[in-house]
Design a protein. Structure first.
Lengths: 263, 259
């Protein structure tokens, strides 16, 4: 078998084994306990029956995740530039960024609901808070670890601070920024989900997947709950692939991690 | 005509550590136009320190330095930076190219800054001309990671040429290169030198120094030898020899495979 075919066949085989084991486990359970582990077939049926609810919730969650992620990316970038300009500023702000990072969302959520109300705003803020930290830390790291020789060279050419930032520091920090972005991309859907779970609102069909999870579990609709989980996975997958594609576009033609073989 | 470099009894004492380091202890030197000087000596003998003073990157503790007839000790920081950008070109051991930037744009970089800006069209023409001098005009749109070490160093040389310097200063320009690409780079230097550019380069390797016209040996901050190079190597000839040897080796290998 060619290596390429193998690379497709192996995961497919693993999947088949897992589904078989799943069915096995389901039917091995006592009949009255089988509701604990719905079969893939039942979950697919739940998708069919609750498709429109799931799709709407997924869209709402995506909206919160995208907004929070987008704000986090832009705000963290600007903050990182500010932080990179001076060590004293870095020293004075870092502890508070850490504190922000340490504060659990579960505690922040009710406060946010008080401040901005339940719903999209709160979800966005919570996603923002979760994505923010890895982005700031990585980007700042990238901005301050520019090759010293190049910094000296720019100084020798009498490039202004702004020119140095624009032509040297920011481009050199891009790989770090994208590392942060990749981490944030896995966090954003989770952040939106947690936000929705703790501070979401169903008013005007505004509920997201987290809200749906609450409803389905309270109604004991377990196959639908599994379908919600699967939807979340897909969402995370889309986010991550989106950022991977973006980083490929931004980096592949110059960065060593994407070094071309056609020299 | 005034010598490009005229230093008289210069000293450099580093005071930063616990004990002051007397890195250069009274060097006097004249370098005329179109000279090609190798600066040799053991590690720590003060080569880089001397080069940094020649490049106006650092001031001597004592002694005078006339660069193209101008006493640089009288200049303030900005004037020093100007004279550096007008008269000097620098090549480093690590090539110091910007990664996200094509060869051509890397060569343009020094023209982007400072107060005298040329038009972008003129800048492009100059950069292209300099790439052509180092034999890389066909690689203008390549990124550094698509170029070999020797090619990257040639891009760095083109960049050093873009402001039409009189004096090219190179601190171990072949330090990161294998022997063959070192010869290629020395070939570029020899060509530039023939076109009238004065070159001073630091090197550890005698083989490399033999491409220069004059060599200085530094020991403990003092020039202990200053002579013209005997039977100087010519890069073109050495490269041709290498090629011949390679072809012969190939023929030999093919012959033994056939037998
Ligand atoms: N910035 C500095 N502060 C203090 N001492 C220094 C500094 N730069 C160089 N020195 C000292 O000055 C002496 C000469 O150093 P220099 O770098 O000129 O040597 P070099 O001949 O270039 O050596 P190498 O071949 O290893 O590059 C050394 O003893 C070094 O430790
Ligand atoms: Mg040195």
């Amino acid at each position: 078998m060619s290596p390429r075919l193998l690379r497709l066949a192996l995961p497919a085989a693993t999947g088949a084994v897992m589904i078989a084991a799943w069915y096995g486990l389901h039917f091995w359970l006592d009949a009255e306990m089988r509701f604990l582990l719905p079969t893939p077939g039942q979950i697919l049926a739940a998708f069919r029956d609750n498709g429109s609810d799931l799709a709407r919730a997924a869209l709402n969650t995506t909206e919160g995740a995208l907004l929070g992620f987008g704000f986090a990316a832009s705000v963290s970038f600007l903050l990182a530039v500010g932080l990179s300009l001076s060590a004293p500023v870095r020293a004075s702000l870092y502890p508070y960024l850490m504190i922000l990072q340490m504060t659990p969302v579960i505690i922040i959520a009710p406060i946010l609901v008080l401040w901005v109300g339940a719903g999209l705003k709160s979800v966005t803020v919570i996603t923002f808070l979760i994505c923010f930290f890895p982005l700031v830390v990585n980007t700042t790291q990238g901005l301050v670890s520019t090759d010293r020789n190049l910094v000296e060279l720019f100084a020798m050419w009498r490039a202004s601070r702004w020119q140095q930032l624009r032509h040297l520091r920011v481009p050199a920090a891009l790989p770090y920024f994208f590392t942060g972005l990749r981490i944030a991309a896995t966090l954003a859907p989770i952040g939106a989900l947690v936000g929705d779970y703790t501070a979401g609102s169903s008013a005007g069909d505004g509920g997201g997947l987290g809200f749906l999870a609450i409803i389905y579990s309270s109604q004991a609709k377990y196959p639908a709950l599994f379908a919600t989980a699967a939807t979340t996975c897909v969402l995370g997958f889309i986010f991550t692939s989106g950022v991977l594609a973006l980083s490929w576009f931004a980096l592949h033609h110059w960065h060593d991690s994407y070094e071309r073989s056609d020299q | 005509m005034a010598p490009v470099v005229k230093i008289d009894q210069i000293h450099k004492i580093y005071d930063s550590g616990d004990v002051p380091v007397h890195a250069v202890r009274g060097v006097s030197l004249e370098i005329q136009q179109k000279e090609f000087v190798a600066l040799m000596g053991a590690s720590g003998s003060g080569k880089s320190t001397l080069m940094n003073m020649l490049g106006c990157l650092d001031r001597p503790t004592r002694g005078s330095y006339l660069l193209d007839g101008v006493d640089v000790s009288l200049l303030d920081k900005n004037e020093l930076a100007d004279i550096r950008n007008q008269k000097l070109g620098f090549v480093f051991q690590g090539f110091n190219l910007l990664a996200r930037t094509t060869a051509l744009e890397n060569v343009e970089l020094p023209c982007l800054y400072g107060k005298t800006r040329m038009s972008s069209k003129k800048m492009r023409e100059r950069a292209m001309y300099c790439l052509d001098i180092v034999g890389l005009s066909n690689r203008a749109d390549h990124m550094p990671n698509q170029l070999s070490g020797g090619q990257q160093q040639r891009v760095a040389i083109a960049r050093a040429l873009v402001n039409e310097p009189q004096l090219l200063l190179a601190d171990e320009p072949t330090g990161n290169l294998d022997s063959r690409t070192s010869i290629e780079v020395m070939g570029v230097f020899q060509k530039l030198n023939e076109q009238g550019i004065t070159i001073v380069m630091v090197t550890h390797e005698l083989d490399v120094a033999r491409y220069c016209k004059r060599y200085l040996i530094l020991r403990d901050g003092i020039v202990v030898r200053d002579e013209p190079t005997q039977d100087r190597s010519i890069a073109e000839i050495e490269l041709a020899k290498l090629k011949e040897a390679e072809t012969a080796a190939k023929l030999l290998a093919a012959g033994s495979a056939a037998a």
